[in-house]
Design a protein around this ligand. Sequence first.
Ligand SMILES: [Fe+2]
Ligand SMILES: [Fe+2]
Length: 297
Amino acid sequence: MVSDAPDTRTRTATRLLKSSAQLSYDPVVHIDWAAPLEPDRLFVPAHRCSLYGTPMWDGLTPGQQVELSKHEVASLASIGIWFETILMQMLVRHAYHRDPTTADIQYAFTEIGDETRHSIMFGKLIKRLHAPYYQPPRHMHWLGAAFKTLSNGPLTFGGTLFVEEILDQLQREAMADESVQPLVRAVNRVHVVEEARHMAYAREENAIAWDQLGPIERRWTQFVLGGVAYYTAVGMVNPRVYAQVGLRPREAYAVAQANPHWRESRKWAARKAVATLDEVGMIGGPGRWLWRKAGLV
Ligand SMILES: [Fe+2]
Ligand SMILES: [Fe+2]
């Protein structure tokens, strides 16, 4: 018997479209960009700074710690823009092949709209902090270019889920932390609300797309997804941030990568994404060592 009841994909997308219509932000008008910054407040909770807990961190003055946290948040916003630009192209490619009268494709268009505003918001934040755009290193830039052109469904939605979950966890925590600059908390609030819908969509689409893959493409997908996880984890803080407080970038970057606090923070931020992707079966095969190398499993 043929049922007229909408399937879960349609139900999810319809709910997300309704929620988007009820609560979405225009960061250009909803955020007070002219509000003064507070001179002594951190831009990232201290325990989420990449050097926190190391002698190198203790050697910085409180002023330098604030300055470094500012550049770390600018680096995270830069990675955010980098990934959102990748995601927008992948969603456009996804929609190109499909029926725009369906709720799930209309939600893809809605999400592209959200991401365009987020990238403007992160760009305005970086500018407001008088920080540079921390463009990812050349190899990441070109790997990203290949990825956004060639990704299959599970890489589009699984990769998205991974990056969005990590950012979400860090932003959700900072948003509730009164030691953090109000401007950063306001930006995080906008992002957290809208990203919750994106993650629900990615979870749904990822499971559908993964089901359609054969065994060889599954292996390939596990491998590339491991690469996404690895480069995102090690690329969250651009080495150039350390030069802003007089540290040698290569040396400080190596200290951060070996810092157990920072590795623990990354693992904590990724834990939900890891659980979801692992449950689907996407962490494993030839990609597993990359997850391990990144310290995420
Ligand atoms: Fe976003
Ligand atoms: Fe998103």
